[in-house]
Design a protein around this ligand. Structure first.
Ligand code: IPM
Ligand code: MG
Length: 363
C-alpha cells in the first residue's frame, strides 16, 4: 500500500526517537512491500524558534493531507517562561483539535520481561493490561473562559472545566466498544462528589452503561483511582475519563510498566479521520541529545498507527513482537535498566528492534 505519514519530531528527545522509528517503519515497508512517504515538519518549540508559531500553517496542511501523523514530543525549558505569549504545548492542543482527535487511547500493558523493572512488586504488575480512554479535545484544557487578569488581590489566572452531553457520550461509547473486544469491564473516573462537570459526566456515562448490560461497569472517584491503580492495577480493563484526569492517571499508570518510556498512544476522531500517534512521555530535556532516550514508546505508537490508520494488523503485530523479543533478550535503555544491568543507547535499541523485525517469519 501507499501511505503518507507526517512526522513531527518536535523538541528534546523527539528528533532522536522519531529518527529510530522512521528507520523501523522503512524496514516494515521493505519487508511487507509498502510505500510509506514520510514528510517531516516543524512542530513545537523548534517551530516557534523558526517561524514564531508552534503549529505553522505548512505543518497543519501536511498533517491534514496525510494518512496519519506520528509525533515525538514538544516543549522544554527554553519555552517555559510563564509569561511567554506562545507555547509549544499550544501547538499540540491545536493539532489535536484540528484533527478532531477527541479519543486518546493509552494502553498500559506490562511486558513480561519488564515485570521486574516496575517499582511495584512483580506479582502486582504481571498481567496488567489496561486501556485508558482519555477525552482529549474538551474539559479544562479547552473550556472558556480562560485567561489572566490583574484583580483586586493581584494576579489571577482562571480556566473552566466543562463537558457537554455530546462530548461525554461519544468518548464513553468508545470505551464500551473497546471493552466489548476485551475483558468486558469499564471504569469511569470522575470527581462527582465535588465537580458539577463530573456529575453530568456520571449521569451520561450511566446512560451509556445502561445500553450495554453485557459490560461490567463501575465509577471511581479520581483520588481513589490514583490509589487503586497502584494497589490493584490488574483489576482494570478499560478506564474512561476526562482530559485532565486522564493526563495525570496515565503518567501514574505508566510506572506500572516500568517506565514512562514504554507507553504509546493514539488520538482518534470519528471513523475516517486522521489519527495522531505519540508516546505519552514528554520531551525529557534533561537527557535530550545524549542518545540515551528510550525509543520504544514511539515505536509502539507507530504500531498503533499501522493498525488503526492503515489497517496493517500483521505489520503492527510484527513491531510489537519485535519489541517484546528485544526485551526478552535482555536489552534495556537507561530508564529500564536496573542496578548492575548495562544500558544501551537510543540508536542501539532502535537497531535491535529493527533487526528483530527483520527476523520475524512472514507467511
Ligand atoms: C500528554 C502531555 C500533553 C498533555 C502536554 C505536552 C500538552 O502531557 O500528552 O499527556 O497534557 O496532553
Ligand atoms: Mg501528559
Amino acid at each position: 500500500m501507499e501511505a503518507k505519514i507526517t512526522l513531527l519530531p518536535g523538541d528534546g528527545i523527539g528528533p532522536e526517537i522519531v529518527a529510530e522509528t522512521r528507520k523501523l517503519l522503512e524496514v516494515v515497508a521493505a519487508k511487507y512491500n509498502h510505500n510509506f512517504n514520510f514528510n517531516e515538519q516543524l512542530f513545537g518549540g523548534i517551530a516557534i524558534d523558526e517561524t514564531g508559531t508552534p503549529l505553522p500553517d505548512d505543518t497543519l496542511a501536511a498533517c491534514l493531507h496525510s494518512d496519519a501523523v506520528l509525533m515525538g514530543a514538544v516543549g522544554g525549558p527554553k519555552w517555559d517562561d510563564p509569561r511567554a505569549k506562545v507555547r509549544p504545548e499550544q501547538g499540540l492542543l491545536g493539532l489535536r483539535k484540528a484533527l478532531g482527535a477527541f479519543a486518546n487511547l493509552r494502553p498500559v500493558k506490562v511486558f513480561d520481561a519488564l515485570a521486574d523493572a516496575s517499582p511495584l512488586r512483580p506479582e502486582k504488575v504481571r498481567g496488567v493490561d489496561i486501556m485508558f480512554v482519555r477525552e482529549l479535545t474538551g474539559g479544562i484544557y479547552f473550556g472558556t473562559p480562560q485567561g489572566r487578569l490583574d484583580g483586586d488581590n493581584g494576579r489571577e489566572g482562571f480556566n473552566t472545566m466543562r463537558y457537554n452531553e455530546m462530548e461525554i457520550r461519544r468518548i464513553v461509547e468508545i470505551a464500551f466498544d473497546l471493552a466489548t473486544k476485551r475483558k468486558k469491564k469499564v471504569t469511569s473516573v470522575d470527581k462527582a462528589n465535588v465537580l458539577v462537570t463530573s456529575r453530568v459526566w456520571r449521569e451520561v456515562a450511566q446512560e451509556v452503561a445502561d445500553e450495554h448490560p453485557d459490560i461490567e461497569y463501575e465509577v471511581i472517584l479520581v483520588d481513589a483511582m490514583a490509589m487503586h491503580l497502584i494497589n490493584r492495577p490488574a483489576d482494570f480493563d478499560v478506564v474512561v475519563t476526562g482530559n485532565l484526569f486522564g493526563d495525570i492517571l496515565s503518567d501514574e499508570a505508566s510506572m506500572i510498566t516500568g517506565s514512562l518510556g514504554m507507553l504509546p498512544s493514539a488520538a482518534l476522531g470519528v471513523p475516517g479521520s486522521i489519527g495522531l500517534y505519540e508516546p505519552i512521555h514528554g520531551s525529557a530535556p534533561d537527557i535530550a541529545g545524549k542518545g540515551i532516550a528510550n525509543p520504544l514508546a514511539t515505536m509502539l505508537s507507530a504500531a498503533m498507527m499501522l493498525r488503526s490508520s492503515l489497517n496493517l494488523d500483521t505489520e503492527a503485530a510484527a513491531i510489537e513482537t519485535a519489541v517484546s523479543n528485544v526485551l526478552n533478550a535482555g536489552h534495556r535503555t537507561a530508564d529500564l535498566a536496573r542496578v548492575g544491568e548495562t544500558a544501551v543507547g537510543t540508536k542501539e535499541m532502535g537497531a535491535f528492534v529493527t533487526m528483530a523485525l527483520e527476523n520475524i517469519q512472514t507467511v
